[in-house]
Design a protein around this ligand. Structure first.
Ligand code: UD1
Ligand code: CA
Length: 465
């Protein structure tokens, strides 16, 4: 059986009061429309059509080749929006899932169950509903005495009786594709908002004697439609809890889940411990047996097993097995650490490879560099990689020793096992096993401190006279 999906994403989202189009607002780091597409992928739809309108270009460029698009140039309502998919889909035979782009919490197992129910009962339409204490803002499900779904009434069109109904429309539906488009042609806009309501399709099919079902979810969150920033924060909270629970179930210790922020596509190995204030973003992957946090922000970063990271920021970095990072380290794009590398406090690494066992323990900047195995970079040593126009590379051979407060003025190469004396500014390559010293020779003047003090004292007294 063919499976089709339609995502409604053409609205502006006025109630968000935002320059960003509604469906692009992120929930746990991913635009809402992205979550909705994930759900459609999880039930293996053959074709997905996203209805775009407001911010069409932005939405299209985010969605990319994950879906086909239909343009709704004027936003005349959700029914009108679905109609835009007609030229693309009307010839198809199968089940069509229609889902709102602002319902990011719909779960794939619920959708799966709903589709199964729909098929088993040979329904023309099945919608997802939920019982809410406060049904404010949602369409109400009207049932007859036998308990069958009769139609959906939008809040603004509700009679006082209907207003009291607590079963609401979650905005996710499945349909027999042919029947959907046939019924859609009959939707009118004679309602409070003068809009073509997609929800009217349910009543139309029912009047034709078709089977219309409701699948009532008991999840406390999945029906949330994000119309404003209050709902956005609620969606964020529920999504965060859901993600954290998944990782804990998989064997990750999260010391304080309320204070740990993990985006949806992040992967974490078992027996890793996340301390409070940990934020894992984008395509970050953390291996097993790591200790991350407190207070770490990792974006698109790969962390192998057995790594410890404290109070640090890592972005597009790659950290090898058994490394320690921080406290207060900053690993920028292209920072790549082999196994057992130590990055200490106030160290910044950018576009640099540090081989097995290298140590940069304190107050350093390493940029555009290749640092060999077991190299020790002393406190305050830096690569001078930028001349105001171009970036240049520093190469440090295995087992070399870079003393404290050394400037390595790139392009420069330090040979294997070489020794660079503290305080040196190195501008010329150093050969293997050589020692380099590049600083003024020290001159000690015996007893001169006393003379100096006397002179300064006299000068001060003179001045105050
Ligand atoms: C809609 C439902 C309501 C349901 C709720 C669930 C209708 C008429 N009402 O109400 O029964 O309880 O969702 O969250 O469908 N959109 C378009 N083109 C348009 C209008 C809207 O693409 O012309 C898109 C929006 O971008 C949004 C989705 O459709 O993603 C839903 O629209 P919205 O205005 O948020 O509908 P609700 O009032 O929340
Ligand atoms: Ca909505």
């Amino acid at each position: 059986m063919r499976m089709l999906g339609i995502v409604l994403a053409a609205g502006q989202g006025k109630r968000m009061k935002s320059k960003l189009y509604k469906v692009l607002h992120p929930v746990c780091g991913k635009p809402m429309v992205g979550h909705v597409l994930d759900v459609l992928d999880s039930v293996r739809v053959d074709r997905k059509v996203v209805i775009v309108g407001h911010g069409a270009e932005e939405v299209k460029s985010y969605v990319g080749d994950r879906a086909e698009f239909a343009l709704q140039a004027e936003q005349l309502g959700t029914g009108h929006a679905v109609l835009m998919a007609k030229p693309l889909l009307e010839q198809e035979e199968g089940v069509t899932v229609v889902i709102c782009g602002d319902t990011p919490l719909i779960r794939s197992d619920s959708l799966e169950t709903m589709i199964r129910l729909h098929r088993e009962q040979g329904a023309a339409a099945t919608l997802m509903s939920a019982e809410l204490g406060v049904p404010q803002g949602y369409g109400r499900i009207v049932r007859n005495e036998q308990g069958h779904v009769v139609r959906i009434v939008e809040q603004k069109d509700c009679s006082p009786d209907q207003d009291a109904i607590r079963e609401i429309n979650a905005g996710t539906y499945c349909f027999d594709n042919r029947k959907l488009f046939a019924a859609l042609a009959k939707v009118k806009n004679d309602n409070a908002q003068k809009e073509y309501y997609f929800t009217d399709v349910v009543g139309i099919l029912r009047e034709q004697g078709e089977t219309v079902l409701a699948y009532c979810t008991n999840d406390e969150s999945e029906w949330i439609g994000v119309n404003d920033r209050v709902a956005l924060s609620e969606a964020e909270k529920y999504m965060r809890e859901r993600i954290n629970r998944k990782h804990m179930t998989n064997g990750v210790t999260i010391v304080d889940p309320a204070n740990t922020y993990i985006e949806k596509d992040v992967e974490i190995g078992a027996d890793t411990v996340l301390h409070p204030g940990t934020i894992l973003r984008g395509k970050t992957v953390v291996g097993e047996d790591c200790v991350i946090g407190p207070n770490c922000e990792l974006t698109d970063t790969a962390v192998a097993a057995g790594v410890q990271i404290k109070h640090s920021v890592l972005s597009e970095a790659d950290v090898g097995q058994g490394c320690t990072v921080g406290p207060f380290a900053y690993l920028r794009p292209g920072a790549k650490l082999a196994g057992n590398v130590k990055i200490g406090d106030f160290v910044e690494i950018k576009n640099a490879f540090l081989d097995e066992g290298a140590k940069v323990s304190h107050l350093s900047y390493i940029g555009d560099a290749h640092v060999g195995k077991n190299v020790n970079v002393g406190c305050g040593a830096i690569t001078v990689n930028y001349d105001g126009f171009n970036k240049h590379k520093t190469v440090i051979g295995d087992d070399a020793f870079i003393g404290s407060n050394v400037n390595l003025v790139a392009p420069v190469t330090i040979g294997k096992g070489a020794f660079v004396v503290a305080g040196s500014t190195i501008t010329i390559d150093v050969a293997e096993n050589d020692m380099a010293i590049a600083r003024e020779r020290q001159d000690n003047k015996p007893g001169y401190a006393e003379k100096l003090r006397a002179r300064f004292k006299a000068a001060k007294e003179n001045k105050s006279k």
